[in-house]
Design a protein around this ligand. Structure first.
Ligand code: HEC
Length: 199
């Protein structure tokens, strides 16, 4: 121990009348660094309050979030527009990797309605030569992008990226010609004679 005397013996240091269960409180000075930190906090808080809440010069978290979302949505919209403008020139992919991704997307999102084997259930059979919305690759892409909301087919551009739509549309090109058991009966005239309704 050092030779400082026990503060308990210093009557001046003890805050009188502040005793509970025999515990007394000492009136120590706060360390300087602590006091300075406290002062800095108050200065900072005052500046913060004025900057963000009084003069509204800074963007709060919610506004920053909205601004970033706007930027993201713009990028997304542009990519979608570019994709939609290019549909007529697209050919189904034969790349194994793309088809594998398409299969995954199909099994996750599409099979509940079109069945794993494409035979159709809520949604039409994708394996026969009968198409409601056109038989061309472009027609399929368009149907997947815009959906047929009144019939329960979603507009997948809300959920899937252009690359995912392209992949899944390429994947379903493998269905026609396969003969799954108990297919859903044809729901419309044979294609491709039927004109594309989106044009
Ligand atoms: C909730 C059920 C449902 C889901 C999920 C669904 N579809 Fe459909 N789909 C339908 C229905 C119903 C139709 C027929 C719309 C009509 O009768 O006009 C359809 C039509 C289609 C067509 C046009 C068929 C034709 O005969 O022209 C394609 C292509 C298609 N869907 C692909 C997909 C793909 C790809 C997915 C997954 C990304 C998907 N669907 C997910 C219900 C669904």
């Amino acid at each position: 121990m050092n030779d400082r005397k026990n503060p308990r013996d210093d009557k001046d240091l003890i805050i009188q009348g502040h005793e509970a269960d025999g515990i007394q409180e000492l009136d120590n000075d706060l360390p300087r660094w602590w006091v300075w930190m406290f002062v800095l906090c108050v200065v900072h808080a005052t500046g913060y309050l004025l900057y963000y809440h009084v003069f509204n010069m800074g963007r709060l978290q919610a506004a920053e979030y909205a601004a970033e979302m706007d930027v993201g949505n713009k990028v997304k919209r542009e990519a979608q527009q570019q994709f939609e403008a290019s549909l007529a020139s697209l050919k189904p992919s034969t790349d194994e990797e793309v088809l594998g991704k398409g299969r995954q997307t199909y099994e996750t999102y599409c099979s509940p309605c079109h069945r794993l084997d494409g035979g159709g259930q809520v949604g039409p059979n994708l394996c026969d030569d009968y198409w409601i919305h056109g038989a061309r690759f472009e027609d399929n892409l368009r149907t997947i992008i815009h959906g047929v909301p009144v019939k329960g087919m979603l507009a997948w551009k809300e959920t899937l990226k252009p690359s995912e739509i392209y992949a899944v549309a390429s994947y379903i090109q493998g269905f026609p010609g396969t003969m799954p058991p108990n297919p859903k009966p044809p729901e419309n005239e044979q294609q491709p004679e039927k004109p594309n309704e989106f044009e």
